[in-house]
Write a protein of this length. Structure first.
Length: 470
């Protein structure tokens, strides 16, 4: 329908109505305003500011109790809370730095946090490479020395990897069933994992492996998770029996049984086609055999000893020189936790942890302090707080308006779960000893700051949500 020239003349020069007027661009907008405001809020919805006090209270409870337990291990007469010569003094400073950075993150735009995901990931990969190069020159190390402190890039790489995966997986039309998407997402996860393995950091490598739960939430078929568990079980079995008589025969029997079970699983999930059955059997056997042969040769003797000591008899633990050294740590850890009984010996009264019987009681074995001083009741309360925090994170993730926030929430839940599961598991003798801190509890600036940042990034997405209009 054409508008007549007379009508155009009549309307020429008249001011436009408020409904049709084109808004004038705002000039002079500062960089800070661009970070703390959303450009798309008017187009897609209404921006609602809301602080997630539940998560904040849980965080403060956990990190407060953690610091109190650390103070119990290092307090001495005449030392203050912020005494930089003590572990608890340095940790207090790290906590304040983490909270300060977290508060800043709360006021940043969620779009900005998503935008820097790949940049942050790239920086941490560069840092991991730099540490790896330095370790070849000056001996094995996973740290940067910064003044009187040490910075561990691995802890920040965990956060960056989750952010990068969330950024990629929240793309439009992303699907793990598409080979390209699966390989790229897998590559984002594999790159830091390989660099961490090259640094001989087995604990962090296991944490990265736990991020596969993000893939499962986004549609990864359960058969892949089962395959990972099977391969891991074969690798562990190969290491444990590598020093026993007739190891090859036992391993062959195990591989045969696992192959049969795997085929049953494939049949259950309707993955098998009859014409491919023979090739699948041969393929599974070849893969399992390769893993069984390669894994023991890649694992270093002290790592092998940490695993074998869990399955060795009491006499073997004292006869084998490697096992005897590893068993000392495990034994003292179990004695410390067991001596706490139901309610513990009382705050600051841990004889084993304060008497330096338990190794690394302020880092890897910090849970021993909880068990000895507060007993079964105190340990249960700590684990319950972690369980509630994980539940809250998953709740926020599932109710997020942003796909990025959902993927990211499952990622940090996986990291925290793996840290708690592995750390507590090794202190009570269920898992081999690996150098991995207990989230928000163990001493370490990199760890406490990284965990604080990853939690506040999720709260940033919860605090400033876009209510998408239907």
């Amino acid at each position: 329908m054409q508008i007549s020239k007379r009508k155009l003349k009549k309307n020429r020069g008249r001011p436009m109505s408020s409904t049709n007027r084109i808004p004038k661009p705002k000039l002079g907008k500062s960089f800070l305003e661009s970070l703390t405001s959303s450009n798309s809020s008017k187009a897609s919805g209404v921006r609602e500011s809301r602080i997630d006090w539940v998560t904040i209270i849980l965080y403060l409870l956990i990190i407060g109790i953690g610091w109190a337990n650390l103070y119990s291990t290092s307090m001495e007469a005449g030392t203050g809370v912020f005494d930089m010569h003590t572990h608890h003094g340095k940790e207090a400073l790290f906590i304040l730095i983490g909270i300060g950075a977290g508060v800043v993150i709360l006021f940043l735009d969620t779009k900005f946090m998503e935008y820097i995901s790949y940049i942050f990931y790239g920086l941490t990969i560069f840092a991991l490479l730099a540490v790896l190069m330095m370790s070849k020159v000056g001996g094995a190390s996973s740290w940067f020395a910064v003044g009187g402190f040490k910075l561990q890039p691995t802890e920040f790489a965990k956060v960056a990897t989750v952010m990068a995966l969330a950024k990629y997986m929240s793309r439009f039309n992303f699907s793990l069933s598409r080979t390209k998407d699966f390989l790229i997402a897998g590559g984002i996860l594999a790159l830091p994992s390989i660099l961490v393995i090259l640094q001989n950091d087995a604990g962090s490598a296991l944490v990265f492996a736990g991020l596969v739960l993000m893939f499962y939430r986004e549609g990864l078929h359960p058969i892949y998770l089962i395959a990972m568990v099977v391969l891991g079980a074969i690798g562990v079995t190969a290491i444990v029996i590598s020093t026993t008589p007739n190891a090859n025969l036992v391993l062959a029997i195990v591989i045969g049984l696992v192959t049969v079970v795997s085929l049953a699983g494939l049949a259950y999930f309707k993955v098998i086609q009859r014409l491919r059955l023979v090739l699948i059997i041969l393929g599974i056997g070849a893969i399992l055999s390769t893993v069984a042969i390669i894994v023991p040769s890649l694992v270093k003797p002290h790592h092998s000893a940490r695993l074998r000591v869990l399955f060795a008899s009491e006499s073997a633990r004292y006869k084998d020189k490697d096992l005897k050294k590893v068993y000392y740590n495990l034994r003292e850890s179990l004695v410390a936790i067991g001596s706490g009984g139901l309610t513990g010996k009382g705050y600051g009264n841990g004889t084993h942890t304060r008497g330096d019987f338990v190794p690394e009681e302020h880092t890897d074995y910090i849970f021993c302090v909880v068990g000895e001083e507060h007993g079964f009741v105190g340990s249960s309360v700590v684990l319950l707080l972690f369980l509630v925090l994980l539940g809250r994170i998953l709740y926020v993730a599932e109710n997020a308006k942003s796909h990025y926030a959902r993927v990211y929430g499952y990622g940090i839940a996986s990291i925290i779960f793996m840290h708690v599961f592995i750390n507590v598991g090794m202190t009570i003798g269920l898992l081999p000893t690996v150098g991995i801190p207990l989230s928000f509890y163990s001493y370490g600036g990199s760890s406490v700051i990284a965990f604080t940042l990853m939690l506040f990034i999720l709260m940033n997405h919860y605090s400033y949500r876009l209510n998408i209009l239907n």
